[in-house]
Design a binder for this molecule. Structure first.
Ligand SMILES: NC(=O)c1ccc[n+]([C@@H]2O[C@H](COP(=O)([O-])OP(=O)(O)OC[C@H]3O[C@@H](n4cnc5c(N)ncnc54)[C@H](OP(=O)(O)O)[C@@H]3O)[C@@H](O)[C@H]2O)c1
Length: 334
């Protein structure tokens, strides 16, 4: 089978898809730009996401770019979307757009650079919903200048790591009420450039460099998702990380204007950027399972740069160290 005439066999086309995928992944640019998504979608015959009426999904950073796109799409797919953002006006706009499409959304205003606001947000969500099916930690930013939040923590770490930890821990009971809930963190391919080192995670004002702080926080998000999953592999919640490749969003235009100009037409659309996030959020309970980093509907390597690689035992220890630090930092300071 598969020689000469007739349609290629299923195993041959799967092999071709696998090889093409590997070449794209290896090339970085081929993988992260829209080339990656366009080729993989065709070769792997991606199915449309499945509608999930009544699934309750929290999306942080739902007022712009990828989070907004994800919220709109999840609303179209029948989910009840809990929109989290800083701006009441922008939240109202997204909520109105979801409702105009026949969907259901509620707005929750919170600035995740303030741990007390994150704690209050979790309490409000818990009071409103007995059950949460999906929690998406998408809010994020690459900040060129050092800022500290009200609790004294540097803001990049607060928004990407401390607040997601606090929210997740405070929402465990409604998450556990779901039939295998999903907690999904939106990380970045930028994380490949930095190793995990707890001592260096929170950068000091005098050493601050935005792109490095961002990459370290994004690496920490992946370490955290895997540590959570490892602690309770059958705990009723699957923890995953996903990265969007490079997508055209207000966030990228603002923080990386030169890159946005040069990469221009090769950047993914927001819809392409959230395809895998939507696929994960709408997949059946327990599928595809937690503890992985995803791009274009496949689990991806954790390391690309040799100096960032650690063995499994070290990764396990780092995950535990991060959990212990987060627990202390979020218990004592909100
Ligand atoms: N676009 C890409 O190519 C790309 C690549 C890798 C990773 N990512 C990640 O994808 C996520 C979304 O990025 P994006 O490109 O869509 O950026 P964006 O257009 O700037 O959207 C970011 C969202 O996060 C919210 N946010 C930022 N700081 C917040 C805070 N302190 N409290 C609450 N919400 C806050 C923003 O709220 P406001 O509306 O109030 O500003 C906005 O809704 C981020 O985690 C980013 O790191 C993006």
């Amino acid at each position: 089978m598969g020689h000469g005439h007739g349609p290629p066999s299923r195993s041959r086309s799967l092999r071709l898809a696998g090889v093409t995928d590997a070449v794209l992944e290896w090339s970085v640019a081929g993988s992260f730009t829209r080339i990656g998504t366009i080729v993989r979608r065709r070769l792997e015959h991606w199915a449309d996401p499945v509608p999930r009426p009544g699934r309750v999904v929290v999306v942080t950073g739902a007022t712009s770019g990828l989070g907004k796109e994800a919220a709109l799409e999840l609303g179209r797919l029948g989910c009840t979307v809990v929109l989290v953002g800083r701006s009441v006006d922008r939240l109202a706009e997204v909520k109105a757009a979801i409702e105009a499409d026949g969907g259901t959304a509620v707005s929750e205003q919170a600035d995740l650079s303030d741990l007390s606001q994150s704690a209050a947000l979790a309490d409000r969500i818990r009071a409103r919903f007995d059950r949460l099916d999906v929690l998406i930690h998408n809010a994020g930013a690459l900040l060129s200048e050092y800022h500290a939040g009200p609790q004294g923590h540097e803001v990049t770490v607060t928004v990407h790591v401390l607040s997601p930890y606090l929210l997740t821990e405070r929402l465990r009971s409604p998450l556990k009420a779901s039939d295998r809930a999903k907690v999904i963190s939106m990380t970045s391919g930028g994380m490949y450039t930095e190793a995990f080192d707890l001592e260096k995670l929170e950068m000091r004002r005098d050493r601050y460099k935005g792109s490095v702080a961002y990459a370290r926080a994004k690496r920490a998000q992946v370490v955290l998702a895997r540590a959570w999953q490892r602690r309770a592999p059958d705990g009723g919640i699957d923890f995953s990380a996903v990265h969007p490749g490079w997508a055209r969003t207000p966030g990228v235009a603002e923080s990386l204007p030169r890159f946005a100009r040069i990469a221009g037409p090769l950047l993914r659309s927001p819809a392409e950027g959230v395809d895998t996030l939507i696929w994960l959020a709408t997949s059946p309970p327990g599928e595809p399972g937690g503890g992985q980093l995803w791009l274009d509907r496949r689990a991806r390597p954790l390391y690309r740069v040799p100096s960032t690689r650690v063995d499994e035992a070290t990764e396990l220890a780092q995950g535990e160290e991060l959990l212990t630090w987060l627990d202390a930092a979020t218990h004592t300071e909100n």
